[in-house]
Design a protein around this ligand. Structure first.
Ligand code: CAO
Length: 253
C-alpha cells in the first residue's frame, strides 16, 4: 500500500518563479512560530481526512444572560462567549465521548479521554499559538474567563511554553470578534475534532404568530476526522452544543 509520504514524494514540486520579472517584490521573513505552526498544520491537513460541518445555533438566551451578568457585575471577570462555549462543549463532549479522543495503535483503537482540556487559537504577532486550558469541567465560568485572558495575553506578549500548549482533548478557533460566516479549521492532532466560531448575527426567524422574531445566531464550523467521526454524529454534536449553550444550569457549577 502507498503511504502518504510516498504520495507526497511523487507530487510535482511547487512552481518557482522569479517574481521580479513581473513587478517589484519585497522578500520578508516568515516568523519561527509561523514556520513551526505551518509544519504541524501541513502534516495535520494532509494526514487527517477532514470534513467540516457548518451550522447555526441559537444563542439568544445565553448571550442575554452573559450581557446582563457582565453589566450587573455577577462574574469575577469579564465574560465573553468563549468560556461559556467551553462549558457547553464539556457538556456536549460528555454525551459524545468519541469527540474527546485520539486514535492510537496505528488507528486500531481509540483512546477516549475522561478529562476535558480545551485548546484555543490565539492570533499573536509571532503567529498562531494554541494554549490549552486544563480540566475545563472543574473550573467556573469566571475562572475560565480569567485563564483565557491571561493565556491569550501571555501568548501575545511573551510566548508560551510547550507545556502550556500540550494536552488538548478538543480545540476551538474563534474568529467571532472579527467576523466571518464559516471556515475550515484544521484539526490539532492528536485531537479528532476542532470547532471554528464566527461572528454572531441577528437573524429573522418565523415567530409562532407568523411574524418575525429576531434571534442571535452563532455560526459554528466543526472539522472532524472522518476516520473516527461520521457526518450524522457531527450534525448531532453541533445541535446538542446549541442546546447545551442554552442550558444556563451548566454555567452555575
Ligand atoms: N460574535 C460576536 N462577538 C464576539 C464573538 C462572536 N462569536 N466572540 C467574541 N466576540 C466579542 C467579545 O464578546 C468581545 O466584545 P465586547 O468587548 O463588546 O464584550 C470582543 O468580541 C472581543 O473579544 P476577545 O477577542 O477579547 O475575546 P474572546 O474570548 O472572544 O477571544 C481569543 C479570545 C484569544 C480566542 C481571540 O482574541 C483570538 O485571538 N482569536 C483568534 C483565533 C484565530 O486566530 N483563529 C484562527 C486560527 S487559524 O489561522
Amino acid at each position: 500500500m502507498t503511504d502518504v509520504t510516498d504520495l507526497l514524494a511523487k507530487l510535482p514540486p511547487h512552481p518557482q518563479f522569479d517574481f521580479s520579472e513581473f513587478g517589484e517584490v519585497e522578500t520578508v521573513a516568515v516568523s519561527r512560530v509561523q514556520q513551526l505552526t505551518g509544519a504541524f498544520l501541513s502534516r495535520n491537513w494532509v494526514t487527517i481526512p477532514h470534513v467540516t460541518h457548518h451550522d447555526e445555533v441559537d444563542v439568544e438566551v445565553v448571550e442575554n444572560w452573559r450581557k446582563e451578568g457582565n453589566a450587573a457585575g455577577a462574574f469575577e471577570a469579564k465574560v465573553t462567549l468563549l468560556p461559556l462555549l467551553f462549558k457547553a462543549l464539556v457538556d456536549t463532549l460528555r454525551q459524545f465521548p468519541h469527540f474527546n479522543a485520539s486514535l492510537v495503535e496505528g488507528g486500531k483503537k481509540l483512546a477516549v479521554k475522561h478529562y476535558y482540556n480545551i485548546g484555543f487559537a490565539v492570533d499573536s504577532p509571532q503567529g498562531l499559538l494554541v494554549p490549552v486550558i486544563r480540566d475545563v469541567d472543574k473550573k467556573t465560568v469566571s475562572e475560565l474567563a480569567l485563564e483565557i485572558a491571561a493565556l491569550a495575553e501571555k501568548a501575545r506578549t511573551k510566548g508560551l511554553s510547550m507545556d502550556e500548549m500540550s494536552g488538548s482533548t478538543f480545540c476551538v478557533s474563534s474568529l467571532g470578534h472579527i467576523g466571518g460566516t464559516a471556515f475550515t479549521p484544521i484539526i490539532n492532532a492528536p485531537d479528532v475534532a476542532i470547532l471554528g466560531v464566527t461572528r454572531m448575527q441577528e437573524r429573522p426567524v418565523k415567530a409562532d404568530d407568523g411574524g418575525v422574531d429576531w434571534r442571535k445566531k452563532l455560526s459554528l464550523s466543526l472539522s472532524y476526522d472522518h476516520r473516527v467521526i461520521n457526518g450524522a454524529d457531527a450534525a448531532r454534536f453541533v445541535i446538542q452544543l446549541g442546546e447545551s449553550l442554552g442550558n444556563l444550569d451548566i454555567y452555575k457549577a
